[in-house]
Ligand binder design. Structure first.
Ligand code: SF4
Ligand code: SF4
Length: 419
């Protein structure tokens, strides 16, 4: 195996594009900033853009997943973490994933994409784990312009907005990139072209990034995404992209072959992820690895009906389909109430190996947090057997759907629920 890391990374070497591939490991669901062009989604296999993934993995699942894919595809040299949130807003998961992979596959090439907010804290640790390639998204080096791009930045428990937020982010990016370059990392700076916002400014990003020791720049046209503040910005046309790349090239070599990959992309750049690998992702994350059975979680009072509000469930009943039919295989204690959003994150972690979760009703906050953390939640009512058999067979469960969902008059909970 070629040990020149630069030449083994298809994103950092145009010669490596046809020879080597990468796998993005979706272990990082959370983000610590809000870019006005970003929406993170799940289950959208037809959509190919950063921030989109079909599944989330735990570090041990990601390690098993990479080792298995690599054993069958020697050319799959790069294991990267690129979301669906920010790799360093989930630093413990990112580091643990790299540690586990390194033990199994010492010649892996690691890669991280980050907004850079926490880079100064973690760059040395990443380097000691063997990271040689880093991507930092840097859209502005002027806080006035940055303030138009970021809704907020959350740092050490405080939420910043406006110029203050942009300045904090920018300063940490600068410090992090400088340190990464000192450590000898290849640093690629991604800059999203936002017409009317930073299109006249990207060359200044290139100039500063070059001074700091970055190696490449990747100027990417905005993909306007529905329901984001920048959904109405025009998509940059070919001429604008070319102009910006030509201006910026004076300071930094430009990457021209980026595939704008999903957070769970696998293979060579430009290749669509095969159905076989998508099925394998599901197997890795949502099945009992010993039996291969899917697991389902249910909120129920008596074990017969799906009839319990999410917030009231003290236990979740876990079911699998075995040869003889549906069987309850375990019960899991739900996190205690009263801890707000963190309760729902803990619940998402607890049920992360389940194919789907069935409750009678739930509030908007848990629905949002669970969805952001990769849990497929269904609000239904009826016999557990009927609902799960219908779901397992791939048929619609619409007829079981609770007609008025969420809290309020339609909620069957007893007001002890959603916080
Ligand atoms: Fe989205 Fe990445 Fe921006 Fe976070 S840093 S809001 S994941 S684009
Ligand atoms: Fe490489 Fe671009 Fe894909 Fe990242 S998004 S893995 S830089 S091709």
């Amino acid at each position: 195996m070629n040990k020149n890391y630069e030449e083994m990374h298809p994103c950092f070497s145009s010669d490596a594009v046809k020879k080597f591939g990468r796998v993005h490991l979706p272990v990082a669901p959370e983000c610590n900033i809000q870019c006005n062009y970003c929406s993170r989604d799940y289950d959208c296999v037809n959509e190919s853009r950063p921030g989109v993934t079909s599944t989330l993995m735990k570090p041990e699942e990601a390690s098993y997943y990479y080792a298995t894919l690599r054993s069958e595809n020697e050319w799959l040299t790069v294991a990267g973490i690129a979301g669906p949130g920010d790799a360093l807003a989930n630093a413990d998961k990112t580091m643990e994933t790299f540690r586990l992979i390194k033990e199994e596959t010492p010649d892996v090439v690691f890669c991280v994409s980050t907004n850079g907010l926490r880079l100064p804290e973690y760059v040395d640790e990443l380097h000691s784990l063997g990271l040689r390639h880093l991507t930092v998204t840097m859209n502005a080096v002027d806080p006035e312009i940055g303030a138009q791009i970021y809704s907020w930045v959350r740092y050490n428990g405080v939420t910043y907005r406006g110029k203050e937020a942009a300045e904090l982010l920018m300063n940490n990016q600068i410090e992090g990139i400088r340190r990464a370059a000192e450590l000898g990392l290849s640093v690629k700076v991604n800059s999203i072209i936002l017409p009317g916002v930073n299109d006249e400014h990207i060359k200044e990003v290139a100039a500063l990034a070059s001074e700091l020791g970055a190696t490449y720049q990747n100027c990417l046209p905005l993909i306007p995404v529905e329901s984001t503040p920048f959904e109405h910005l025009p998509k940059p046309d070919h001429a604008l992209v070319k102009k910006i790349r030509t201006e910026s090239e004076k300071f930094l070599p430009q990457m021209l072959h980026c595939g704008r990959c999903r957070s769970d992309a696998v293979g060579k750049i430009g290749q669509k992820t095969s159905e076989e690998i998508l099925q394998f992702q599901k197997y890795v994350t949502r099945k009992n690895k010993e039996t291969g059975n899917k697991r389902y979680a249910v909120a129920t009072h008596e074990g017969l009906l799906v009839n319990q509000h999410l917030g009231e469930a003290r236990k979740f009943h876990i079911y699998e389909f075995e040869a003889e039919g549906l069987k309850e295989v375990e019960q899991r204690t739900a996190p205690r109430s009263g801890s707000g959003e963190s309760r729902w994150k803990m619940l998402a972690e607890l049920l992360s190996d389940c194919e789907a979760v069935f409750v009678s009703t739930c509030g908007e906050l848990p629905k949002k947090v669970l969805s952001e953390n990769g849990v497929r939640l269904h609000q239904v009512q009826g016999l557990i057997d009927d609902i799960l058999e219908t779901y397992e067979s791939g048929k619609s469960i619409e007829r079981f759907a609770k007609k008025r969902s969420g809290c309020g008059s339609g909620c069957s909970g007893q007001s002890v629920g959603c916080m």
